[in-house]
Design a binder for this molecule. Sequence first.
Ligand code: SF4
Length: 382
Amino acid sequence: MDAIAKLQLLGPAAQVEPAEDVGLLGQRVPAGRTPVDLRDCISHATLPGGRRMPMLKTLVSSVCENDCRYCAFRAGRDVRRATFSADELAGLSYRLWQQGLVKAIFLSSGVVDGGPATQDRIIAVAEILRRRYRFSGFLHLKLMPGVEHSQVAETLRWADRVSLNLEAPNAQRLTDLAPRKEFTEGLLQRLRWADELRKTGPGRRPSLSTQFVVGAVGEPDVELLLTSAYLYRELGLARAYFSGFSPVPQTPLAGHPPTMPQRERRLYQASFLLRDYGFDVEELPFQADGNLPLDTDPKLAWAKANLLEAPVELNTADRSQLLRIPGIGLKGAQRIMEARRRGALRELVHLRQLGVLVQRAAPFVLLDGRRAPQQLPLFVLT
Ligand code: SF4
């Protein structure tokens, strides 16, 4: 099999792994789909800082000795597999980069001969790209379960982003999902090493991310968000990805129902509240079963319970108070604080000019001491 044919096999396999900061809009090629051409191996990623660029996503190998219960590439499953040599994959990636087809590369892999040996192969591709080909694009590298401390350091040396999939929010759930993986030592400890090394080591300071499989083993949202909050707070995680479970034929979870996309959406919304908006997990509007309601934005639900009777005065609120108001995002809060230095905010139309979603915000705010009208005047809406 030549390198192009391998990429056509391994590229789509990697699309199920979110690596882009596309959040709620991300579109992935379903596992197992045969691509029409190499464009199906390239996704458009929004990277840290807001840059958008085409990203080549591929596995180094789809051979795997692990038996994660949900995975299309688990050991023993009948599926066509391939493995790149380091030279082959680095050369092909370089050609795509040189031709301007990609500006970012994401490398993951099935596990062969243990996590450390697999990590060596990922590192080898990265080193060839950086050293031989002077690849200066964005490089996102996976850390394999059980990698050694020195390998974490070596991976950080070449990468702009490093990710390690925790897959489950705690040890018990991981045992149900991926019996050969060990949560605390095998996975979480490696993420901790990555954070320590990037703070203390020389050179690059790659961002860190992780991924959870959602809905495969009965974990409620509160477990996923407690672990996410810990990772944001303690390890400065850039992003927790939530991948809704989708059953794969010939796996132990083939008969398990798929996770509704709306659950992924609510988890992302809640995790952004934890990461960027100063919310604690305990403040999120969980139901009795530990899940977020699917029919309500968690920030809106919090505001209905807490701000309807205590609206926020936009002319005096500090940033943390502004960020609690539905319809006001990070940029909107900043703009409000700048605009009110030039004069009091008195009208909804002023807010709209600042990028606020006024229909969402209106029930929860005061404008110069007065309740805001619940909607804009008609002539402003047209
Ligand atoms: S380690 Fe688990 S999730 Fe990763 S490829 Fe192997 S079986 Fe799939």
